[in-house]
Ligand binder design. Structure first.
Ligand SMILES: NC(=O)c1ccc[n+]([C@@H]2O[C@H](COP(=O)([O-])OP(=O)(O)OC[C@H]3O[C@@H](n4cnc5c(N)ncnc54)[C@H](OP(=O)(O)O)[C@@H]3O)[C@@H](O)[C@H]2O)c1
Length: 189
């Protein structure tokens, strides 16, 4: 099993969210997330799940993390609720960790489920001053910089620079890395 984390964070302050939504509107970023995770199992926290449009998640396989186990999923065939991220250790399929901040923090600080690969998209623009309740992944970025190394390729699209990081000292499934890089090389076309 390979665990891939994917996010889009703001340069400098590592902000990823405002309230239950995103602090920017970048269609190519939404598209990159959708296409890189197409057909894969996404893992997301209850707040992210509830904040995303239902039509985007309908029909997509995903695991909603919810300690309270009270989340009502709207696609019972494809969405399952798990009350403890630790239960995903040795999951039989690859997992794509899709936020939000508390979920990234859990995965980045738990050795048994630490992501093997991180698709690190960094938005270089401004966040509108009216955005409130900003949420950041500073803690996870500290782990990223300490325990991962960045591949040399940098992919820029619409003011977002994407770098792929691999966990130091661990075997990382090369076919997954190659397919992510192949997608990023051609993104936007
Ligand atoms: N820019 C990006 O790439 C990106 C990606 C995703 C999300 N976001 C943003 O991130 C923000 C949401 O982040 P958030 O940290 O507030 O919320 P979140 O991580 O999406 O969800 C938090 C909830 O997930 C559950 N949870 C967390 N850790 C768990 C664990 N270890 N085991 C089981 N359940 C667990 C808990 O649910 P219960 O309280 O129900 O127990 C917790 O309240 C939003 O602004 C969203 O737009 C940004």
């Amino acid at each position: 099993m390979t665990i891939v984390a994917i996010w889009c964070r703001h340069i400098g302050d590592n902000v990823i969210g405002a309230g239950s939504g995103l602090p920017w509107k970048i269609p190519s970023d939404t598209r990159r997330f959708r296409e890189l995770t197409e057909g894969k199992i996404k893992v997301m926290g209850r707040r992210t799940y509830e904040g995303m449009p239902q039509k985007v998640l309908m029909g997509k396989k995903l695991i909603v993390l919810d300690i309270e186990n009270s989340c009502e999923v709207f696609d019972k065939e494809n969405h399952i609720v798990v009350d403890n991220a630790d239960k995903l250790e040795n999951y039989p399929e690859d997992l794509y960790i899709s936020g939000g901040a508390s979920v990234y923090a859990k995965f980045f600080t738990t050795p048994s489920i630490m992501p093997d690969i991180v698709v690190d998209c960094v938005y270089q623009g401004e966040i509108a001053p009216e955005m409130k309740d900003l949420i950041n992944v500073g803690k996870s970025v500290e782990v990223l910089e300490e325990k991962y190394f960045a591949l040399p390729q940098r992919f820029e699209l619409d003011n977002v620079i994407t770098t792929v990081w691999l966990k130091k000292g661990d075997f990382v499934e090369q076919s997954v890395v190659k397919s992510i890089l192949a997608y990023l090389e051609n993104q936007g076309e």
